[in-house]
Design a protein around this ligand. Structure first.
Ligand SMILES: NC(=O)c1ccc[n+]([C@@H]2O[C@H](COP(=O)([O-])OP(=O)(O)OC[C@H]3O[C@@H](n4cnc5c(N)ncnc54)[C@H](OP(=O)(O)O)[C@@H]3O)[C@@H](O)[C@H]2O)c1
Length: 236
């Protein structure tokens, strides 16, 4: 029997690539997204091992509803990929122009969304389970050189703190948690610049790297928790 996997943000971009990769590996995948895209639906038609669930990770009610089937099946979760996230190009401005009120939604989705998912499937996170949070180098306080994007950077820094506290709590049940910067992705969130730049990465390549590290997590030292998709350590 393959692994049991949850992927949020599975409708497109990095989450979709991670979903496809685990299906190719023979795993059972619960794919969650706000919008269930045509690509995800047709993937579900071609594989009985893929269960798709509409889910807004910004809403506790929606998350509780979405995980009902996962809880009913009752399998220990091998890997939970918290990929779903939001970004606003309007926030690429200094503080004077920043809409701080719009930042509340970003915090709710980017920082609290991953914890909502983990909380909802809490009994299924067991010995040997792994939580993978897709953060960003934008959330690294130690490496920050930016003068804009307050809300996105702060939401990912908050996710990083949530990761650290959760890792302390999961230590007791021998489960692990790890955060990745997935690279500058050639996705709508990466923006037109990513498609034109040689410094960006395709979601498939980033997914390959992340999944490869995740399934070989025993080779990663226990205190290494925040890294790029190629395994380079990032400062908190
Ligand atoms: N793109 C980059 O260059 C970059 C760099 C660093 C980190 N990251 C992080 O990497 C992750 C994936 O990025 P990506 O480029 O693949 O993004 P993407 O193409 O925009 O995909 C994000 C997915 O998350 C879903 N989503 C958004 N809000 C949601 C919610 N409340 N509930 C459930 N699903 C929701 C989106 O659904 P809809 O289709 O409905 O919007 C979409 O399917 C994000 O966490 C992002 O912050 C990205």
């Amino acid at each position: 029997m393959g692994r049991a996997i949850i992927v949020t943000g599975a409708g497109r971009g990095l989450g979709y690539s991670i979903t496809r990769k685990h299906l190719d590996m023979g795993d059972r995948v619960y794919a969650m997204d706000y919008n269930l895209t045509d690509e995800l639906r047709s993937l579900a038609e071609s594989s009985e091992r893929l269960k798709i669930c509409q889910c807004d990770i910004g809403s506790t009610e929606s998350v509780s509803e979405a995980v009902k089937d996962v809880l009913a099946e009752g399998r220990k979760l091998d890997i939970i990929y918290n990929v779903a996230g939001i970004y606003r190009f309007e926030d690429k401005v200094g503080l004077e122009q920043t809409d701080l009120d719009a930042g509340m939604q970003m915090f709710n989705v980017n920082a609290l969304g991953a914890l909502r998912i983990c909380k909802a499937v809490w009994p299924l996170i067991q010995e040997g389970s792994l939580v993978v949070n897709i953060s960003s180098e934008a959330g690294s306080v130690g490496a920050s050189r930016r003068k804009q994007e307050y809300c996105y950077c702060m939401s990912k820094a908050a996710l990083n703190m949530g990761t650290k506290i959760l890792s302390n709590e999961l230590w007791d049940r021998s489960a692990r948690i790890i955060n990745f910067h997935p690279g500058w992705l050639r996705t709508p969130m990466g923006g037109p610049g990513a498609f034109a730049s040689k410094h960006s990465v395709s979601p498939d390549e980033s997914a390959d790297n992340i999944v490869n590290i995740a399934v070989n997590i025993d080779e990663v030292p226990g205190d290494q928790m925040f890294m790029t998709h190629t395994g380079d350590i990032l400062p908190w």
